[in-house]
Design a protein. Sequence first.
Length: 380
Amino acid sequence: MKIVTIVGARPQFIKAAAVGRAIEANNQRRSFSRIQEILVHTGQHYDFQMDRVFFDELRLPTPDYHLGVGSGSHAKQTGLMLEGIEAVLLKEKPRIVVVYGDTNSTLAGALAAAKLNLPVAHVEAGLRSYNRIMPEEINRLVADHLSTLLFCPTRQAVHNLAGEGIEDGDLWVVKNVGDVMYDSVLYYSELAEEKSTILQDLGLGAPSSYTERFQTVPYYLATLHRAENTDHPHRLRSVLRALDEIGRDIPVILPLHPRTKKMMKVHQLLTVGKRIRLIDPVSYLSMLVLEKNAKLIFTDSGGVQREAYWFKVPCLTLREETEWVETLRNGWNVLVGVETKRILEHVSQVKKKKRTGKEARIFGDGRASEKIVQMIAGRG
C-alpha cells in the first residue's frame, strides 16, 4: 500500500518521524498490509536550522520529492505547493495522502488530494482556536473538512469535529489516537540530555550536574513566531519589552525564528530587548533540553505549550486563545496576550502559584503513531 506524506515545517518533521518509525515497525512485523511511504517536503522551511538539521537529527529519510517552494505570500506559497503536490500525486497514485497540523503545506496537501479524489488522513485533526484571523485556523478547518481519516490528539478535538457535523461513521473515520508529539517527547527526551550540549554552549549548566547548577543558574525560555505577533510592530515591541524587563533578574533565552528576526529588522526592534539573549534556532533535541530545564516558558507555539506541560514547566502563552485548552487545567499554562504590563503581572503570579498534578493520559498513552499506522494499514 502506497501513501504520500506531505511535510513542510519543523513540527511536521517531528510528527512524521514518529509515524515513520511506526510504519517501519509495521513493515517488519507483517508480510501483508505493508506500507510504502513517499515523503514530500514542500520547502516551507528551507534553511539549515529550520530544516536540514531536523532531518539529520530525527533520522528522517531524504524526501523523495523536495518542492523548494520557500517563502512568499499565503496565496503564492499555497499555489506553488498545490501545483507541485498535484504533479507528485498524479505520478505516484497513492491510496492515501497524509497531512499534519495546520500550515500552508497542510492546506495545499489536503486540497490537492481532495481535488484528485484521494482520501486525506489528517494527523492532529479537530483543533480549534475559534480565531479566524489566524491563518492556521483557516488551514485546519479546510483540511478537516476535506479529510476522510481524522486522527485527533484529544477528546476535545473529537468534540470540536462533532460540533461541525464530522463524526465517526460511514463517511469519516474520526478517532482520538492521542498526540504524536507526545510520542516524540517520550522517545527523544533521554537522548536529548545525552546528546545535546546546548546548556554548556550557553553557559547554563553541565550534563553531569544539572541539579546543582540549575539551583544557581536559572533561566527563562521564550519562543515567538506567529504572524499575528511578529507582523504587527506594536505587538512585537510589547512582547520584547516584557521579556527585556524580565531579563533584569534572570536570563531570557530566545531562539530567534527567521520570521521574527526579519520583522525585528524591518521594524527596527533589534535593540528593544537588550537584556534578551537572542540565539539562532536550535535543533529539536536541544529545544527539549532547554524546555525541560527552564524555570518558566513564554511562547505563542502550540507545540511548546504541550512540551512545557509534559515537562511540568509553567508556561505563559502569548496569545488570547489556544487550541490546546487541556494545558490550561491545573494552572500549568496561562493565556497572557502580548501587553507588557499583563505579561509582567503574570510572571509575578506564577512565582507564587502552586500547581496541582496533571490529568492522566490527557494526550494519550504515547502510542498515537502506532494507532494511526494500524488504521492506515487496515485500509490497504
